[in-house]
Design a protein around this ligand. Structure first.
Ligand code: AMP
Length: 207
C-alpha cells in the first residue's frame, strides 16, 4: 500500500510520518527533507532549490519528479509520501511512478499553522523536531536525542510561513478534490494532539 500525506505546512506531516514508519514499516519519502539534505551538501540540486525554499515557493515539478523517480526506482516497498505531490502536475507524474491507494488529508486552520511553525525548532544533526510551546527540549537549544544544536528553519519565519500557506492554498489544495474524486481521500483533524492524529491515521490505513 502506498500512502500520501497531504496538508498545509505545519499540519504535522513529519511527526505523523515518523510514527507511521515505526508502526507499519513504510519507506518514508519527504521531498522537503531530501531538498534540505541537498542544500546542506551544496550539490547542484541543492543550489537550484535553495532560493525557492527560502522564498517559500515551490521547486519546479520536473526537478521534484526526477528526485522521487530516482528514490523509488523499481522497488516493491510500501511508500509514504510526505510533502509530495504538491501540484496536480506532480500527482499526474506520480501516477506513472507508483499507484496511490490512500491519501490522508491533514486539515488545520492557518492561525494554528503560524502558531506551530513559529515555535518549531529542528536539530541540525539528527533532524528531530521540537516545539517551544508544546514539546520543548529539556535544555534550551540542545537536542534531547543527540545533543545537537537546535535551529529555526529560515522558512519558519512568520512572513515566509504565511507565503507558504498561500502557495499551499493556490497550488496544493486542488489536490484535495483531485483525490476525493478518486475515492481515496480520508480527512484527519490535524488540530488534535499527535496521539489522536496518529490513531485517526492508523485506523484509516488498517481500513
Ligand atoms: P517542507 O519541508 O515539505 O515544508 O518543504 C520545504 C520547502 O521545500 C517547500 O517550501 C518547497 O520550497 C520545497 N518543496 C518540498 N517538497 C516540494 C514539492 N513536492 N514540490 C515543490 N517544492 C517542494
Amino acid at each position: 500500500m502506498n500512502v500520501v500525506l497531504l496538508g498545509p505546512p505545519g499540519a504535522g506531516k513529519g511527526t505523523l510520518a515518523s510514527r507511521l514508519v515505526e508502526e507499519f514499516g513504510f519507506v518514508h519519502i519527504s521531498t522537503g527533507d531530501i531538498l534540505r539534505e541537498e542544500v546542506a551538501k551544496g550539490s547542484e540540486l541543492g543550489r537550484l532549490a535553495k532560493g525557492y525554499m527560502e522564498r517559500g515557493e515551490l521547486v519546479p515539478d520536473e526537478v521534484i519528479l526526477g528526485m522521487v523517480r530516482e528514490r523509488v526506482g523499481d522497488s516493491k516497498d510500501c511508500f509514504l509520501f510526505d510533502g509530495f505531490p504538491r501540484t496536480i502536475s506532480q500527482a499526474e507524474g506520480l501516477r506513472e511512478i507508483v499507484p496511490i491507494h490512500l491519501v490522508l488529508y491533514l486539515k488545520i486552520p492557518e492561525e494554528e499553522v503560524v502558531r506551530r511553525l513559529s515555535a518549531r525548532r529542528v536539530c541540525r544533526k539528527c533532524g528531530a523536531n521540537y516545539n517551544l510551546i508544546t514539546n520543548p527540549p529539556k535544555v534550551p537549544g540542545v537536542c534531547d536525542k543527540c545533543g545537537g544544536e537546535l535551529y529555526q528553519r529560515p522558512d519558519d519565519r512568520e512572513e515566509v510561513i504565511r507565503k507558504r500557506f498561500r502557495v499551499y492554498l493556490e497550488q496544493s489544495a486542488p489536490l484535495i478534490d483531485y483525490y476525493r474524486k478518486q475515492g481515496i481521500l480520508r480527512e484527519i483533524d490535524a488540530s488534535r494532539s499527535p496521539d489522536e492524529v496518529f490513531s485517526q491515521a492508523a485506523e484509516a490505513i488498517r481500513g
